[in-house]
Design a protein around this ligand. Structure first.
Ligand code: AVI
Length: 327
């Protein structure tokens, strides 16, 4: 939808996001999805998060890929004479993936690397970087949403290895994760593989600081959602009137992030032509970061044709990359 603010400027409104804000802030309890964290500022804050001392996830998974590439390659059971497609869901900056790509190229495997991302900009940066670092790698970027692109490969007769790293599955509620895995499985053929990175259940003393760092970067990441609503929908959130509040339940392995209203207040959202009321201490649930163990993963996979073949962990057992095979 295009809204003409005046004769010279045109603002495009993300209607799906606006509908979500309307639904989430008019619900009780209030919620907003972490899917909307990732605007230009959110992307930059997430890169900072990945380098924070408290955010162990990226380093732990990088260690697995850096220390065990040959064990992973041999578990993939690839035949050197058979071409395969190496598909990555969510391109990122490729830092971790390069640990696999380099030995695959050096060992003369026949494959194309097909990173899928919604952002063409992210894909262009990745492609340029890979050209410099691994000149013999064949990269075919795929812009679009995961399932749209996977659907287009569905009938390819080539074996596929799909990478879904970074515990991104953890940002889904369990029912959503289960239907995501069902859909993924339906787009694969028998013997195709999925290499799935998941953060493991562990004590609160390790998990909570990762979502509540001393420098306040994660707080800024969470609060940026309100800034986004201000910019895109003419809202008047004063972010100083909200605070970032993460919680973690060791028993279930579920971390949740909230924005908590510091006082009773009403906030105007112009694009909704509405005031939203907050009580003092009222929470907006903004993110789930589920931690896994093998039993939980098995439950998520129960309606799919995917089975766990092997598991790779870092030295501290903080993170696990599971190799799944479609039966
Ligand atoms: C992208 N995702 C796996 C991150 C996580 O750990 O849930 C997003 C994040 N949220 C706060 N810090 C990092």
């Amino acid at each position: 939808m295009a809204v003409h603010g005046n004769q010279t400027s045109e603002i495009t409104i993300d209607t799906a996001f606006l509908t979500h804000v309307d639904l989430g802030l008019n619900s009780s309890p209030k919620f907003l999805s972490s899917r909307y964290f990732y605007d230009e500022i959110g992307d930059k804050l997430f890169v900072k998060i990945m380098n924070l001392p408290e955010y162990y996830l990226t380093r732990a998974e990088h260690e697995i890929l850096r220390e065990q590439p040959n064990a992973i390659i041999s578990a993939l059971g690839l035949d050197k004479d058979t071409y395969f497609e190496l598909i990555e869901l969510g391109a990122g900056d490729g830092t971790k993936t390069k640990e696999l790509l380099k030995p695959l190229v050096a060992q003369d495997f026949k494959f194309d690397y097909l990173p899928i991302d919604i952002s063409q900009h992210a894909l262009d940066d990745l492609e340029e970087n890979l050209k410099k670092e691994i000149p013999n790698l064949s990269v075919k970027t795929q812009q679009g949403d995961y399932f749209g692109v996977l659907e287009s490969f569905k009938n390819s007769e080539h074996p596929k290895v799909v990478l879904f790293l970074g515990s991104n599955l953890g940002n889904m509620e369990d029912d959503e994760a289960a239907s995501f895995m069902e859909q993924l499985s339906e787009n694969l053929s028998a013997n195709d593989k999925l290499f799935l990175g998941l953060d493991c259940i562990k004590p609160s003393a390790v998990v909570l600081p990762a979502y509540n760092d001393a420098q306040g970067v994660t707080a800024a990441f969470n609060l940026n959602l309100l800034n986004r609503i201000n910019k895109e929908f003419g809202a008047e959130f004063d972010i100083w009137n909200f605070k970032h509040a993460p919680e973690y339940d060791e028993q279930s392995g579920i971390a949740k992030s909230f924005l908590v209203s510091k006082k009773t207040q009403k906030v105007w959202i112009a694009a909704l032509d509405q005031h939203i009321s907050f009580e003092e201490g009222e929470k907006i649930h903004t993110e789930i970061s589920r931690k896994y163990d093998t039993e939980i993963l098995k439950a998520i996979l129960s309606e799919t044709a995917m089975v766990i073949q092997s598991k790779f962990t870092d030295g501290k057992n903080y993170f696990a990359d599971y190799l799944l095979i479609k039966g």
